[in-house]
Design a protein around this ligand. Structure first.
Ligand code: GLY
Ligand code: MN
Ligand code: MN
Length: 414
């Protein structure tokens, strides 16, 4: 799948229009991180930077000037045959102009010298605060220099602020290309989950099923996961972010698999819970049916104009009486004892995607083209003395990825 470079240009334009006039926005790419010695962690581009450029190399910085019209300058690594012999081709400065449709492209090692003049006569500088202290120090030094130059003949920016809320608001609403990516990531991840399910009965250990998931994704051309998979047998499912995935599986265990691929930088986030043996015990079945009912109610609450917080209300309206009638919730025990998380989160370039959940101190109203997860669960730890022993050690979550549409919603992970 390839995205038109014009889409990225349109996003830069939208960012420029959303920022105060006279702003210089500075958005760095991610940097390579050393694992040890000469080995690096697998590189993942900054989601904000990718959203605005579609460019996947490290050591780059995008400057967007929101003065008269939107003007984009990209600083990036120049071509370097010696380095490219080791790590592969770079786009290079000349190609960037046409491939990425930026107005100007310059070598990254000129950034420091160019920044003060780019800041001159701007009213404000917006960048992702607190994310990369190296760049942050460079931007502040450049601003000091700009201030000194400005004393003589120019204005220097008076505002230094965080760009994150502006970018997050744009990223919250997915365009057609993004929705296609999310649908593809969802579809491939559903297939990988089905593959895991087929192997559950014969697997000895959680890691075998983790490997099945990764293999099934890779076979479909998806080589990234959106987050570390959770493959939890039995009571380990009660650890919400269990990622050890290295314990033996027992036939009576429920298996919780929370795993999603990342395709073209877009995430899927799916949880399925089912019995290793293929047959629920009566307690497992009762609780599973309840969580499924709660999830169905949560998904039904996804409609434009309805509050995001209404999803959790719909879930609790099912879970609370259900747990009471099973005799699990009694003696004024708070439901948070057994369901301690929110209904889900926004989904996009990040698995826990950006975007505010409240607006004017109230839960945000859902709008078309938002994408979110709905993922209720019930978790009763192994040694829980608040309930009858037969319920202990059961952890269940069911999670799907939901697109808000003009008339309601679409489940991307059925
Ligand atoms: N996989 C992490 C989550 O469901 O939020
Ligand atoms: Mn999730
Ligand atoms: Mn999940």
């Amino acid at each position: 799948m390839s995205e038109e470079k014009e889409n990225y240009k349109a996003r830069r334009q939208a960012l420029a229009e959303s920022l105060p006039p006279g702003t210089l926005a500075i958005i760095p790419a991610a940097r390579e991180k050393i694992r040890n010695g000469d080995a690096h962690y697998r590189f993942r581009q900054s989601s904000d930077f990718y959203y605005l450029t579609g460019f996947t190399e490290p050591d780059a910085v995008l400057c967007v000037s929101a003065s008269k019209c939107c003007e984009s300058i990209l600083f990036l690594r120049p071509k370097n045959p010696e380095a490219e012999c080791w790590t592969g081709p770079r786009l290079g400065v000349e190609e960037a102009l046409t491939v990425l449709a930026v107005d100007e492209a310059l070598p990254i090692d000129t950034l420091k010298a160019r920044l003060p003049e780019l800041m001159l006569d701007k009213k404000s500088i917006y960048y992702p605060m607190g994310q990369d202290m190296g760049y942050e120090a460079m931007f502040r030094e450049a601003w000091q220099q700009a201030t000194q130059i400005a004393r003589r003949s120019h204005q220097a920016p008076e505002v230094f602020a965080d760009i994150t809320p502006f970018l997050s608001e744009l990223r919250l609403f997915k365009d057609t290309y993004e929705i296609d990516c999310l649908k593809d990531a969802a579809r491939l991840s559903v297939t990988a989950h089905e593959q895991v399910m087929r192997h559950a009965k014969s697997a000895q250990n959680e890691y075998e099923l983790e490997a099945e998931f990764l293999y099934a994704l890779a076979k479909q051309g998806c080589r990234e996961v959106a987050y570390e998979p959770i493959v939890a047998g039995g009571a380990r499912a009660c650890t919400l972010h269990y990622t050890e995935n290295n314990k033996p599986l027992a036939p009576n265990d429920l298996l919780l698999v929370d795993a999603g691929g990342e395709l073209c930088h877009y995430a899927a986030d799916i949880t399925r819970t089912y019995p290793v043996s293929g047959r629920f015990t009566p307690e497992q079945r009762d609780l599973y049916q309840l969580v499924l009912q709660a999830q169905t109610a949560g998904i039904q609450a996804v409609k434009p104009g309805k509050p995001w917080g209404g999803i959790q209300v719909a879930i609790l309206d099912v879970l609370e009486p259900g747990l009471k009638s099973l005799g699990i919730l009694k003696n004024n025990i708070d439901i948070k004892t057994f369901y301690m998380h929110l209904s889900g989160h926004w989904l996009g370039l990040d698995v826990h995607d950006v975007g505010a959940y409240t607006k004017e101190n109230a839960s945000r109203l859902l709008e078309p083209n938002m994408v979110l997860t709905v993922e209720p669960g019930v978790y009763i730890p192994k040694d829980c003395d608040l309930v009858d022993e037969r319920w202990c050690g059961i952890g269940i979550r069911i999670e799907d990825d939901i697109l808000v549409t003009a008339s309601g919603h679409e489940n991307l992970t059925v």
